[in-house]
Design a protein around this ligand. Structure first.
Ligand code: PMP
Length: 388
């Protein structure tokens, strides 16, 4: 069969192959990125779903493409509380932030246009953008996020830069947060180079310590930020509920693309989330999740400090689900995992090379701390360090 050209850019990810050992009960995997299912508010969700299904059946009907007004109102209120000037009509409900990446790609990218990203960046964004056949311009990233001098250099050398993709809070894969000065500078540069900024914030509310920094959307002066958020990490990813907030022009265009893609997000799931938010305290639930993940981060970092050699450094994330390890130059984390970590230590992680849109660096690993018990975290880090 002759498939479309774009399929040349659609391939299974290397992570999947490497994590096929998932069935081994002895395996300790730091490779996931799932929230802890013990935190899902299952009883509360059971109550709201049951009520919707015994009620007037509206939750089983179609609804407008931009989403149920009740949920858009809740989202707008939460975002307004976070400094983003928005109303319900500025909110598009999407099937997770991932759909926002696909729609943003459709909106902005012609083949050969350039997407500017952190280096490394979220693999799922590359997977979403690839079918639109972009070039990538990765920007040097340090412990304060994207380096603005390097961003300026990249933009001055890249006439077809259209879209800048960033995860400013507790980034996946590094756990790093973009500093306030750099947030301000990023908006200035987006204005002068006529970019759409896609601000992806799945971990923003999973903050462990420090104050929240203003979102890029709250600093936006020209309607250039498309702000994506999600209920996946604060409620339940299986509901597939996220939001896109942007200028009226952009939200209208995204709504047309959403209609073409899937008509609308599930009415039932949107109604359930809206009723959950009416009736229960999502912020109290988020506080519980924050405390649980902050504790797991502390357990993992303490184990790394105790057992790992000093030649391996790691980030100290102030939120989110991941820490990022840097091994000495020349060390190949993919080869080490295949040859030693999986067969001997029976520990998995995600080798870092997969997160680089340009030339891969081979001496990094992403470790997830949200999905395992304290004992398994310590055991996994101990085994990994023994194998090292
Ligand atoms: N963006 C980032 C940075 C992520 O880590 C994830 C999930 N791992 C997503 C977007 C997509 O999340 P969802 O579609 O479940 O909202």
């Amino acid at each position: 069969m002759r498939f479309a050209e774009r399929m040349g850019r659609v391939a299974p990810s290397a992570i999947r192959d490497l994590l096929r050992h998932g069935a081994d009960p002895e395996l300790i995997s730091f490779g996931g990125g799932y929230p802890d299912p013990a935190l899902f508010p299952a009883a509360e969700l059971n109550e709201v779903y049951a009520e919707l299904l015994t009620g007037n059946r509206a939750a089983l009907q179609y609804c407008p493409s931009n989403g149920l007004a009740a949920l858009r109102e809740h989202v707008a209120k939460r975002l307004a509380g976070d400094g983003i000037d928005c109303a319900a009509d500025d909110v598009l409900i999407i099937q997770g932030a991932q759909q926002g990446l696909d729609l943003a790609g459709k909106l902005m990218i012609d083949p050969g246009d350039t997407v500017v990203t952190e280096n490394p960046t979220f693999l799922g964004a590359l997977i979403a953008f690839n079918p639109f056949e972009p070039a990538y311009a990765p920007v040097r990233t340090d412990s304060d996020g994207m380096d603005m001098a390097d961003l300026e250099r990249v933009l001055s050398e890249t006439p077809r830069a259209r879209l800048l993709y960033t995860v400013p809070d507790y980034q996946n894969p590094t756990g790093i947060t973009l500093s306030l000065d750099r947030r301000r500078r990023l908006i200035e540069l987006a204005n002068s180079y006529d970019l759409l900024v896609v601000e992806d914030t799945p971990y923003r509310e999973l903050r462990f310590d420090g104050a929240a920094l203003p979102s890029l959307a709250s600093l936006d002066t020209e309607g250039r930020v498309l702000h994506l958020g999600t209920f996946s990490k604060i409620l339940a990813p299986g509901m597939r509920l996220g939001w896109a907030v942007a200028s009226t022009e952009i939200v209208e265009k995204l709504t047309l693309l959403k209609l073409a893609a899937d008509t609308q997000t599930s009415t039932l799931n949107m109604a359930a989330a809206a009723l959950f938010l009416d009736r229960f305290d999502l912020d109290a639930h988020i506080r519980t999740a924050r405390a649980a993940y902050a504790h797991k981060r502390d357990v993992m970092l303490a184990a790394l400090r105790e057992h790992f050699p000093d030649t391996v450094s790691f980030t100290v994330p102030r939120g989110g689900l991941f820490t990022w390890l840097t091994f000495p130059a020349g060390f190949d984390t993919a080869a080490f995992m295949a040859d030693v970590a999986l067969p001997r230590a029976r520990v998995a992680y995600v080798p870092g090379a997969t997160f680089f849109p340009g030339a891969p660096q081979h001496n990094h690993a992403r470790l997830n701390f949200s999905g395992l018990s304290d004992d398994r975290i310590v055991e996994g880090i101990t085994r990994l360090s023994a194998a090292l």
